[in-house]
Write a protein that binds this ligand. Structure first.
Ligand code: GAP
Length: 548
């Protein structure tokens, strides 16, 4: 159940995100578009810093000569940037065409559509009349919502609520129906006034479809927007191998947009229809794959901690066998306790999956299925492959061991928007600071890691005269080539600090009367509020060091 404070905290974060230009609803002047979000001036810088940090730490800054802590061997990292629309066969062989779906359910009365697994309900009875009352609300709101709906259904006044007899706690509608504990005929839909208006659940493929070419019409022109960036990497495996002289083990990284026609996008940017992924496909010898899986799981976990996410709000969760995707032989999720979730609930930031040789084999042989624990080619009634592969040889020949094999894949797959949201939520703090007269003033401060902060430093002349702006502008021009900084001379210095605190700027540099005599400035630290006096001519180098 969600905690009231956490919901109001989430509301404040969403409101700050809009007010300060981190995140806006897409096409807002036309009423918005559900599941699509735009990043404003501060948001685009935050998300870019996050993606740059990921690319630097995983790819461009990687030391391929060293054996990193926990890694079984040295390895190389390289990158790709693939198209969003790919050959339709890619999605047939990957399994997305047949399997990438959710179950949805429609309401004939309200005309609303729900994700089947998002509906929860419970039996309610009053004077011999019984109904299975459902809701699509989550967390704290779900149980009170069913009470209000039952009250309305039975036509009761508020003081009669206690007359309702409840047949137990909330349970998943999907599970209640599967277990025979409820039927659709008895079920009161989340927005219906009478039972029996929900349709039978139907499968809904989450891939966005499009058509290629001006004369598009028949089925051959059908194409899909990629629902993950991973497949572009698999189909280019041979190209990378042949052109860049990498040797297994090595990883290919890609950052880019993915699209999923989510039935019920929700929770701000958490479940969007257009989002960005940061994925690595790491190719390794099968015998060492379990060790590489553990390495990547732990490495990715540490990355979030190093960038400042609160450890107590992060969880590393190994999937149970029945939760694993059709391709996976082991998966762990890195999850964050988002404020829109109930206590003890976590939302996925990143999955680290051991995908075995499923992907490369699928693109060689055709769509694979698991049979008696082994991956075999799926065939139709005619004995032919259900979806034919490329027929290209995607195996690897190790010229040192003289072995040929299909590499196994470890995939750390992160969401750039989810991580941005987690860092925004984690950074949000309210505290009290003394104002210019020493009186406590409440402030909202975004405690973002300096590497992620959209603006690293603000340069503030104490007053707009006496030569202070000139010195401040000189400092601004020296610092700007090295990091994002802002010059601000408008309003009292307290108001300017407050503006920078809300934007998450870690350092404010103030030019005052003393600067003019001894060429020192004050550096105010956003989090500790400590003010240091520093030589003006050394500040640029000092901040560059701190950022490193
Ligand atoms: N290639 C594997 C893959 O795509 P996934 O768990 O479906 O795995 C990976 O997605 C990550 O992408 C998730 O952990 C999440 O961070 C992000 N993601 C997935 N669906 C999303 C959505 N609808 N909105 C925002 N981010 C999403």
């Amino acid at each position: 159940m969600q905690n009231q404070n956490d919901q109001s905290r989430m509301d404040k974060i969403v409101s700050l995100a809009k007010r300060r230009g981190f995140i806006f609803q897409s096409s807002e002047i036309y009423g918005g578009l559900n599941g699509f979000w735009d990043y404003g001036p501060l948001g685009v810088a935050l998300k870019r810093n996050l993606k740059d940090a990921w690319w630097h730490d995983m790819v461009s800054g990687h030391d391929e000569l060293a054996t990193l802590a926990g890694a079984p061997a040295p390895y190389e990292m390289t990158g790709l940037d693939c198209t969003i629309i790919m050959h339709p066969q890619v999605w047939k062989c990957s399994g997305h065409f047949d399997l990438f779906h959710d179950w949805m359910i429609d309401c004939r009365e309200s005309k609303r559509r729900y994700r089947y697994d998002h509906l929860h309900g419970r039996w309610a009875a009053h004077r011999g009349k019984k109904v299975f009352v459902t809701t699509d609300a989550s967390g704290d709101e779900a149980a009170p919502e069913t009470v209000a709906r039952a009250q309305k259904f039975f036509g009761l006044r508020a003081k009669q609520i206690d007359e309702i007899e409840w047949g137990g706690g909330l349970e998943s509608l999907q599970q209640a129906i599967a277990a025979g504990a409820a039927t659709l005929a008895d079920t009161l839909g989340p927005d219906a006034t009478a039972p029996g208006t929900l349709t039978e659940p139907r499968e809904f493929n989450l891939m966005f479809e499009t058509r290629i070419g001006a004369l598009a019409g028949d089925d051959d022109d059908r194409a899909f927007l990629r629902p993950e960036t991973a497949q572009g990497i698999f189909v280019n495996f041979k190209n990378v191998l042949d052109t860049s002289r990498v040797r297994v083990p090595f990883g290919i990284a890609q950052v880019g947009k993915s699209f999923r026609n989510e039935i019920t996008p929700r929770n701000f940017t958490f479940r969007s229809r257009e989002f960005e992924q940061m994925e690595i496909e790491f190719f390794c010898p099968p015998a060492a794959s379990a060790e590489w899986y553990r390495y990547w799981r732990d490495r990715r976990w540490r990355w979030y901690l190093d960038l400042g996410l609160t450890e107590g709000k992060l969880q590393l969760r190994e999937h149970a066998a029945d939760e694993l995707s059709h391709y996976s032989v082991g998966t762990a999720d890195i999850e964050y306790a988002f404020p829109f979730l109930g206590p003890g609930e976590f939302g996925e930031l990143e999955g680290i999956a051991h995908r075995g040789d499923f992907d490369l084999r699928s693109h060689m042989e055709g769509k694979l299925v698991r049979q008696d624990g082994a991956l075999v080619l799926e065939t139709g009634a005619d004995g032919k492959p259900r979806h034919k592969g490329s027929g290209k040889d995607l195996s690897y020949f190790d010229d040192i061991t003289r072995e040929r094999y299909v590499p196994h894949v470890i995939e750390p797959s992160a969401g750039a928007d989810r991580a941005t949201l987690a860092f925004l939520c984690d950074a949000y703090h309210e505290d009290e600071v003394p104002d210019e007269d020493g009186k406590p003033r409440s402030r909202t401060v975004m405690k973002l890691h300096p590497r992620l902060a959209p603006v690293k430093a603000a340069i503030l002349p104490l007053v707009k005269k006496d030569g202070m702006p000139e010195v401040a502008i000189e400092l601004y021009r020296k610092l700007k080539p090295h990091m994002a900084c802002q010059y601000d001379e408008k309003g009292s210095v307290g108001r300017r600090y407050a503006r920078q605190d809300e934007a998450g700027t870690p350092w404010c540099l103030t030019i005052d009367g003393q600067t003019l005599t001894d060429r020192t400035i004050t550096l105010r630290d956003r989090d500790s509020l400590v003010q240091e006096r520093l030589p003006l001519d050394e500040v640029v180098d000092m901040l560059r060091d701190r950022l490193r």
